[in-house]
Design a protein around this ligand. Structure first.
Ligand code: PMP
Length: 334
């Protein structure tokens, strides 16, 4: 087991030791064509001395939506998956640590068949590992518009968070790195900015926050939703969701990436053009990052509805498989 990886994995209703959560090598559904996933964070709050899952339910609903759009069926509903995650997180017994959670679903028991049929049941697994948040640490990045166009939403909808969509992201990542930038920015067929490989993008111009619309081929990011709301309600900013031209990034006062893993990541260069002073995050980006930090770490308590408390003493130990019987968590299909 690698350091920082969870001791347990939740798999279809059972908390099992990490080593035991294996699949057969012939299982093509696993992590390939027919698999959907989520990336979620649980942040430690020093203010409340406890861990909170951030917008857990929304992530679980998006996982179920991705499976539904992929014609796969889950025996678990969003609430059951939230409960399962809380149980798994509680088993960590790691006060002070932030945890990354990867819930995912893949076509169960498919061995030869790439084209899994409609109605195939999805096996659900939830994994966790430690991560270090970079919020408030002055981190920045550089961006390059990649020569790889974003996959057409009519061919593979961006709203589906499925592993197969990430091949395009990987090509863009490699291209951006080869050109000396940290992250790619993808254009769609109309030449509009879409998103990065694992994060959405926003810019600030003349005091307004601007981000591409979902219909341009953008994942319905939960961080994007969060920051739009915080910007409007708590910072009083005007937010525009509208098509964005590539050159608008060159004239922007501020640019940042946003996502569960990216958190709020200020960009200081796009295609070689400096953003702002070319070294540090702009004022509005810093204010947004600070609000996000205070929200996920429950400093202000402004959005408790987004925080699922995890009581670390709830599942002390759990040395071997603990049955959370599928039936007690399964969605009623009646
Ligand atoms: N776009 C893509 C392609 C992503 O993979 C992610 C990460 N899930 C995001 C945007 C950001 O989404 P979220 O804020 O829900 O993590």
């Amino acid at each position: 087991m690698s350091t920082g990886y969870g001791r347990l994995i939740w798999r279809d209703g059972v908390l099992m030791p990490w080593e035991e959560a294996t699949v057969h090598i012939s299982s093509v559904g696993h992590a390939s064509v027919s698999a959907a996933f989520e990336g979620v964070h649980a942040y430690w709050s020093s203010t409340r001395e406890m861990l909170h899952g951030f917008r857990l339910r929304e992530h679980m609903q998006r996982l179920l939506d991705s499976l539904r759009m992929s014609w796969m069926e889950s025996a678990f509903d969003a609430d059951a998956l939230v409960d399962a995650t809380v149980e798994l997180l509680a088993s960590w017994q790691a006060p002070g640590k932030d945890l990354h959670i990867r819930p995912w679903g893949f076509a169960a028991g498919t061995h030869c068949q790439q084209m899994v049929p409609r109605g195939t049941p999805a096996e659900i697994a939830i994994e966790t590992w430690e991560f270090e948040s970079k919020l408030g640490q002055g981190r920045t990045c550089t961006l390059a518009v990649t020569s790889w166009p974003r996959f057409h939403p009519g061919a593979s909808p961006a709203s589906m968070k499925v592993f197969s969509n990430y091949h395009n992201g990987r090509l863009g990542n490699i291209d951006a790195l080869a050109r000396g930038a940290d992250w790619p920015v993808f254009l769609n067929a109309a030449g509009h900015i879409t998103e990065s490989s694992g994060a959405c993008i926003a810019l600030v111009r003349r005091g307004r926050l601007i981000t591409p619309p979902l219909s341009d081929g953008v994942l319905d990011s939960i961080t994007r939703r969060t920051l739009i709301q915080l910007a409007r309600e708590e910072l009083g900013l005007d937010v525009e969701t509208r098509p964005v031209e590539r050159t608008e990034l060159y004239l922007a006062d501020e640019v940042f990436l946003m996502g569960t893993s990216a958190e709020v990541l200020p960009a200081v260069e796009v295609d070689g053009f400096p953003v702002g002073d070319g070294r540090t995050a702009g004022e509005i980006t810093r204010a947004i990052e600070s609000r996000y930090h205070d929200t996920v770490r429950a400093v202000t308590g402004n959005h408790d509805e987004w925080l699922t408390p995890v009581h670390l003493d709830r599942a002390a130990g759990t040395p071997s498989s603990t049955s959370l019987t599928a039936s007690s968590h399964a969605r009623s299909t009646a």
